[in-house]
Design a protein around this ligand. Sequence first.
Ligand SMILES: [Zn+2]
Ligand SMILES: [Zn+2]
Length: 75
Amino acid sequence: MNNCSIEGCIKPVKAKCLCAMHHQRKLRHGDPSIVRPRRVKKTVKCSWVKCEERAMTKGYCSKHYYINRVMSLVK
Ligand SMILES: [Zn+2]
Ligand SMILES: [Zn+2]
């Protein structure tokens, strides 16, 4: 019995040299290697003025979280 022709896939062939999963993908996307893109998580931007970085901690990016923390210690 043959295995799926997709590299790294060891599932048995269902149709056209592809396993059931990869055959389905080929039917759906025209390319068995395409994985349906996952919904991207909503990203929160840093609340620092004019900062476009992704917020990591408490609404700030790592850099501004650090600055904010240092500034609050100075106060
Ligand atoms: Zn496969
Ligand atoms: Zn920032």
